[in-house]
Design a protein around this ligand. Sequence first.
Ligand code: GDP
Length: 168
Amino acid sequence: SDFNKIPTVIMMGLDSSGKSTLLYTFQKEEVMKTSPTVGFNVATLNVDKNTALTVWDVGGQSKMRANWKYYLEGCKALVFVVDSSDRARIREAHKVLKVILSDNNMKGVPLMVLANKKDLPNTMTIREVCNQLDLPNYKHRAWEIQACSGLKGLGLKQAFLSVAKLVK
Ligand code: GDP
């Protein structure tokens, strides 16, 4: 079916980075929230009239980390959400990103980093987030970084259009 042709994009990031908010804002009506104990949302995002993406929000709490590898199979892009106002956890975010990308299923899979919460004052710049996550070191992987605000709906359309381009 057509549904099976829709590229699967995995969305990950630390807890509170803003993943759920971002999904709800982007396409409120299509997000189906499962019970918090299962801990993931799934959404099919209509990016434009020719592009839909299925996004799995698989959380980022440590209790979820052990299960990540089950979601990564067949994944066409990784969207990694970072709270750009949270300098205290950027190292933790970097560590987690490294673990995800080192999984065998993630070889050559493109990466989109969303520097979220850009509506807040005194956020890290794109350059800072980029360097903290060591993105320039990924020479054999397509990657991009964009600022956004899931809360205000800023930069989301653009970000998911870029993701759609990355998976093509
Ligand atoms: P998740 O654990 O990654 O799904 O994060 P949530 O979507 O639950 O968001 C965690 C907290 O950050 C909530 O209080 C949100 O309202 C807040 N938040 C999420 N996105 C933004 C944003 O873009 N800007 C601001 N200022 N707050 C945000």
